[in-house]
Design a protein around this ligand. Structure first.
Ligand SMILES: NC(=O)c1ccc[n+]([C@@H]2O[C@H](COP(=O)([O-])OP(=O)(O)OC[C@H]3O[C@@H](n4cnc5c(N)ncnc54)[C@H](O)[C@@H]3O)[C@@H](O)[C@H]2O)c1
Length: 346
C-alpha cells in the first residue's frame, strides 16, 4: 500500500465538504475524486483541483486509482453505496448512522466481515481528546463506580436545514442524525446497553421523523442513563454547541454530558472533574477542576486513522459491529416509543 493514500468522497454536502478540508489538512492522504449527482460536487472538486463524477459506477468505470472511499451521503443511501464499494474491494469510511435501518446496517457488517474489506463508521467524536481523557478517568476509577450518566442534545435547526427532503423522512431525525453520536459516546464510556425505554414526539415540526425524544438506558454494568434530544430548542446544551469541533456552530462553555460516580463526577466536554477531598457527603465542600488537555481536530485524526486502516497498520477504531450496536439502540428507541414498553437488548 502506498504511503500516500488516495481517497474518493461520495457526497459533497454539509459534512462532505468538511471531509474534503480534513483530507487537505491531513498528512499521508490525498483527495482524488468527488462524486455527487448535484452540481455542488463539481464545485467542491474544482476547489481541490480534482475530477468530479455524477455517480459511483461512473467513478469506478473511469479507471481512477483509489484506495478508499468516504461515504457522506444521505442515510438512506449508505447501504447501497457502501456495499458497492466493498464489492469493488475499496475500504470505506461511512458517515453515521451506519445505515437507515438495523437490517441495512447488518448487511454492511456481514459484507465487511465476510470480504475482509474494512468499514470504519464516522463517529468522529471518538478521536476527540476530551472523550479519550474521559474514558481514561472512568477506567482509572477516579469517579468510583459509575451510577448514572446524562446527555442533553438540545439545539435549534433552522427551516433551510429541512429543505433537503431526506432530512424529513424516516431514518433521518435528530435521533439518527445527532443522538447517535451521544449513544456511541456513552457506549464508549460506560459499555454496552442492556435495555431501553423511550418516548418520541414530532409535535413541533410535524414531519414524518421525530423532532424530540426522551430516553432511559440501563447499561450492562448496572449504570443508568438519561438522554434528551430535540432539534426544536434554542439552547447551548449539545455537543455541537459546546465541543467547538465545527466552526459552523459557535461554541459555548456549557456542558452536555454528566458522568456520575460514587467518588466523583465529570462534566463534558468542558472536562470538569468534581470530587471531595475528605469524607464524601452532600454537606461537605465539593471542588471542580478543569482537566488540562491539548486537542486536535477529530476529523483530521479520523481520516489519518482511516489511512492507517487502509495501510493495514491498525484495525478500525469504530467498526461496522459498533455501527450495528448503535443502530440496535436506535431501533429499540423506535420500538419502545411505538409500543410503550421496555426493550431488552441482552
Ligand atoms: N459526523 C458528523 O458530525 C456529521 C455531520 C453532518 C452529517 N453527517 C452525516 O453525513 C451524511 C450526509 O449528511 P449531510 O448533512 O452532509 O447531507 P447533505 O444533504 O448536506 O449532503 C449530502 C450530499 O450527498 C449527495 N448525494 C445524494 N445521493 C448521492 C449518491 N448516490 N452518490 C453521491 N452523492 C450523493 C447529495 O446530492 C448531497 O450533496 C449523513 O449520513 C449524516 O448523518 C455526519
Amino acid at each position: 500500500m502506498p504511503d500516500l493514500v488516495r481517497l474518493a468522497l461520495l457526497g459533497a454536502g454539509l459534512i462532505g465538504h468538511r471531509h474534503a478540508q480534513a483530507i487537505s489538512a491531513a498528512d499521508g492522504v490525498e483527495l482524488v475524486a468527488v462524486v455527487d449527482p448535484d452540481p455542488v460536487g463539481g464545485c467542491v472538486a474544482q476547489q481541490h483541483g480534482i475530477a468530479s463524477y455524477r455517480s459511483l459506477p461512473t467513478l469506478l468505470g473511469s479507471g481512477t486509482k483509489i484506495d478508499g472511499v468516504i461515504v457522506a451521503t444521505p442515510n438512506q443511501t449508505h447501504e447501497q453505496l457502501t456495499l458497492a464499494c466493498i464489492d469493488a474491494r475499496l475500504a470505506v469510511l461511512v458517515e453515521k448512522p451506519l445505515a437507515d435501518t438495523l437490517s441495512a446496517a447488518e448487511n454492511i457488517r456481514q459484507a465487511s466481515e465476510s470480504s475482509g474489506i474494512p468499514v470504519l463508521v464516522g463517529h468522529h467524536r471518538r478521536y476527540n481528546g476530551v472523550l479519550e481523557k474521559a474514558r481514561e478517568l472512568v477506567d482509572s476509577g477516579s469517579l468510583g463506580r459509575i451510577t448514572s450518566v446524562q446527555s442533553v442534545t438540545w439545539l435549534f435547526k433552522p427551516e433551510e436545514y429541512f429543505q433537503a427532503e431526506w432530512r424529513r423522512r424516516s431514518g433521518a431525525g435528530p435521533v439518527s442524525i445527532n443522538l447517535i453520536h451521544d449513544i456511541d459516546a456513552l457506549r464508549y464510556l460506560c459499555g454496552e446497553v442492556a435495555s431501553v425505554q423511550a418516548m418520541t414526539s414530532n409535535a413541533v415540526r410535524g414531519f414524518e421523523v421525530e423532532d424530540s425524544a426522551a430516553i432511559l438506558l440501563r447499561f450492562v454494568s448496572g449504570a443508568l442513563g438519561t438522554m434528551s434530544v430535540s432539534d426544536t430548542i434554542v439552547a447551548p446544551h449539545s455537543w455541537e454547541l459546546t465541543a467547538g469541533e465545527n466552526p459552523m456552530y459557535p461554541a459555548t462553555d456549557e456542558s452536555c454530558y454528566q458522568i456520575g460516580g460514587t467518588h466523583g463526577s465529570l462534566s463534558l466536554p468542558n472536562l470538569t472533574l468534581w470530587t471531595q477531598s475528605g469524607e464524601r457527603s452532600w454537606s461537605h465542600p465539593i471542588s471542580g477542576t478543569r482537566v488540562p488537555l491539548t486537542n486536535e481536530d477529530p476529523l483530521i485524526r479520523q481520516v489519518t486513522h482511516f489511512a492507517d486502516v487502509i495501510r493495514a497498520r491498525v484495525t478500525p477504531r469504530v467498526t461496522a459491529a459498533d455501527g450495528v450496536a448503535n443502530q440496535r439502540i436506535l431501533q429499540a428507541i423506535a420500538d419502545s416509543s411505538k409500543n410503550q414498553m421496555t426493550v431488552e437488548l441482552t
